[in-house]
Design a protein around this ligand. Structure first.
Ligand SMILES: [Ca+2]
Ligand SMILES: [Ca+2]
Ligand SMILES: [Ca+2]
Length: 204
């Protein structure tokens, strides 16, 4: 193989290797995934696989995707719907997803995950049936917390909750990962090598 081609090939291989190092394999951890379809339909339901009702009441009813949870039950007091698990949140990135449907409810619901996340959803956010939400939560120092859906009001009409999931991304997964400076340096060296070969070829 001519020397020029060998240098060119080496530079390309180096660049590919550096890219592979900068993008490690993903291994996400699903902490919670619940579509409520195995619950028992009932007004003022108190028994759930993954949640407890710690204030007011909620209903389990047929909704847009099998069974859903009406966050304002039938007792005139909006529900506080809290995960049984007190999640241990190590430093990293978490993805929270859930669907909210709006059957004409005007009262906001507060969604929280310990001190790591807190957001209020009202009628201007929950417009469809269902409206899907995805939130990226960056935990900067280790903490713990339960996932809570706290429905205000007490007119027996709340948001419909469904398809709740919480996933911890692998420690090195995008979008928070910044490649190590040494990796970027190697990658840069590889590109510089390719550039030098290209220039030499042009000048030949
Ligand atoms: Ca469902
Ligand atoms: Ca209700
Ligand atoms: Ca309401």
């Amino acid at each position: 193989m001519p020397r020029l081609h060998r240098i060119y090939l080496t530079a390309i291989m180096l660049a590919i290797f550096c890219l592979a190092v900068a993008l490690p394999a993903k291994a996400d951890t699903i902490l919670l995934n619940d579509n409520f379809n195995n619950e028992t339909p009932s007004i003022n339901q108190t028994t759930f696989a993954n949640f407890t009702v710690t204030r007011g009441s909620v209903d389990v009813i047929s909704g847009f995707s099998g069974l859903v949870v009406d966050l304002d039950g039938s007792t005139g007091a909006g529900g506080r719907f809290e995960s049984k698990t007190n999640f241990s949140l190590t430093t990293g990135t978490y993805i929270l997803q859930f669907d909210l449907g709006n059957p004409g409810n005007l009262d906001p619901v507060t969604v929280s995950l310990g001190t790591a996340y807190n957001e209020v959803f009202g009628p201007s956010q929950v417009t469809g049936n269902p409206t899907s939400f995805t939130r990226t939560i960056n935990v900067l120092s280790a903490t713990s917390g339960r996932l809570v859906f706290d429905q205000s009001g007490g007119d027996n009409v709340g948001y419909y909750l469904d398809n709740v999931s919480l996933t911890m991304l692998s420690p090195n997964a995008p979008p928070t990962t910044v490649p190590e400076p040494t990796t970027m340096l190697l990658f840069g060296t590889g590109l510089a090598g390719v550039g030098a070969v290209m220039r030499r070829r042009r000048n030949a």
